[in-house]
Design a protein around this ligand. Structure first.
Ligand SMILES: [Fe+2]
Length: 480
């Protein structure tokens, strides 16, 4: 771990942004491509405190949506907190008003027992069938107006999401059928992953479920033309700790342990409703999948596998204020490809030496083989992201853009050029935080040539704490 040599030097990645803005971006270098018309939405924790109490984990901050609306060569910025119950109480209470995944309420066991973590709507954002949904994996989506970002309330797909209504932050879309696939974790009474298919018009159907051997943590899902694909790392809630969390003795996130001896459980859930196949393979430690697809009879899944312990990774995710000073591991996981054969054998191969997070590709290639994979990378063992990497899966050639010292890129999102025929004919859009000046910008890269640096940089009038996930739509949001 000595390669984690570049210190943060006082850089803050998660300074709260309390103010809500609405303005055209005027400090610009380069040019916004004339045919880039659409909207980039971002979601992430806008503030890491509630009622004046510092929150215990990155996953706990109140969700704030940002919107970069692009047209006529100009960008309009708007941000709004999602008006969850947690957010609304957090700004008037004297202490943490609810439990969160990594934060306890004051008042000890009695104040925390049998209370579920609050839905802070902070993880992902998707636009499907005209509805913009802020996603949080432990509960229902929150519907938000795609123009004004005004919160419309929790959304349950016309009653199809039952009970807690967990709906993960990583839905996948088949661009040929217009369907969206996703899952929700259910911990009790039977631990399982409940699978959903949402048709082009937004109607949800339950597709079945994957029974788990016990309460576990799984963050992402893949999609091929035949299957929903789960690659479930051995991140388990040992029963004693699980009940300890439920009864208020410890927080939920610290109840997770990585039990390598269990290996990784792969579940292939047929999209047509057939019988699920379960396969076991070597233990992995990952949060995010990249693309997945069928290759003949094989299923291929790309993911970012950590060369670290769960304690190190969870520590990095818990060290909210001093992330950059206290991290004991380089940033990110290693691009790793799983090939699952019909016989149940699983080949595991690293397809790059880079380390990064937030894998991205041209999402029109979701569920089909993709040639290019993009990463927010920690170059040279850096403890925070400081580069953008493009991997050519055909030639294995890698191209790299290194941000200036102290600049932290968020996840980049691919926006296809209208009329494009080549897979990489489009742009990579991402906010970047200048951690020295604590000012953010929107950077736009030509995906065909990231080494050239951003073709457009529009500097905001303020910072933007690092966000988790975003989405792009060619629909131009009208903030007024
Ligand atoms: Fe995620």
């Amino acid at each position: 771990m000595s390669s984690a040599s570049v210190s943060g030097g006082g850089i803050k990645a998660y300074t709260p942004l309390y103010d809500e803005y609405d303005y055209p971006i005027e400090k610009v270098s380069g040019e916004l491509p004339a045919d880039l018309r659409g909207t980039l939405y971002r979601n992430g924790p806008g503030k890491m405190e509630a009622g004046g109490t510092k929150l215990g984990h990155l996953f706990d901050g109140d969700g704030m949506l940002s919107m970069f609306s692009m047209s006529e060569g100009a960008v309009h910025f708007r941000n709004r907190f999602i008006q969850t119950k947690h957010y609304q109480k957090s700004i008037i209470s004297d202490a943490a008003p609810y439990r969160a995944l990594g934060t306890m309420r004051p008042g000890g066991v009695l104040a925390n027992a049998l209370r579920f973590p609050a839905n802070v709507a902070n993880t992902g954002v998707v636009l499907h069938a005209g509805k913009l949904l802020a996603l949080w994996e432990g509960g229902r989506p929150t519907r938000v107006d795609p123009d004004t970002l005004r919160t419309r309330g929790e959304y349950d797909f016309d009653g199809e999401l039952k009970w807690l209504g967990a709906f993960s932050a990583h839905p996948k879309r088949d661009w040929d059928t217009g369907e969206m696939f996703n899952f929700g974790m259910a911990m009790a009474p039977v631990p399982k992953l409940i699978c959903y298919r949402v048709d082009r018009a937004g109607k949800m159907k339950r597709l079945g479920s994957v029974r788990l051997p016990g309460p576990m943590f799984n963050h992402d899902v893949g999609l091929t033309k035949r299957y929903m694909v789960f690659v479930i790392p051995p991140l388990v809630f040992p029963l004693k700790k699980f009940f300890g969390a439920a009864f208020g003795l410890n927080n939920y996130i610290d109840a997770i342990e990585h039990h390598a001896s269990l290996g990784t459980m792969i579940a292939l859930v047929p999209r047509d409703g057939g019988k699920t196949r379960i396969i076991h393979t070597d233990p992995l430690l990952h949060l995010h999948l990249s693309n997945s697809y069928d290759d003949g009879e094989d299923v291929v899944v790309d993911l970012l596998n950590y060369h670290a312990t769960w304690d190190q990774l969870n520590g990095q995710l818990s060290a909210v204020e001093d992330l950059l000073e206290t991290s004991t591991m380089p940033y990110g996981g290693v691009p790793t490809r799983l090939r699952i054969s019909p016989s149940g054998s699983v080949g595991i191969e690293e397809f790059s030496d880079r380390q990064g997070e937030f894998p991205m590709y041209n999402i029109k290639y979701m569920a089909r083989p993709n040639r290019y994979t993009y990463l927010s990378a920690g170059l040279d063992g850096n403890v925070y992201p400081n580069g953008l990497v493009k991997i050519d899966n055909e030639t294995e050639k890698e191209t790299v853009y290194r941000f200036p010292d102290g600049f932290l890129p968020h996840e980049v999102v691919f926006a296809e050029r209208p009329g494009a025929t080549a897979e990489d004919d489009g742009w990579l859009l991402g906010p970047v935080l200048d951690g020295n000046a604590n000012i953010a910008n929107l950077s736009v890269f030509d995906a065909r040539d990231i080494e050239a640096g951003p073709v457009y940089t529009g500097t905001l009038n303020h910072h933007l704490p690092l966000t988790f996930h975003g989405c792009y739509t060619p629909r131009v949001g009208r903030p007024h």
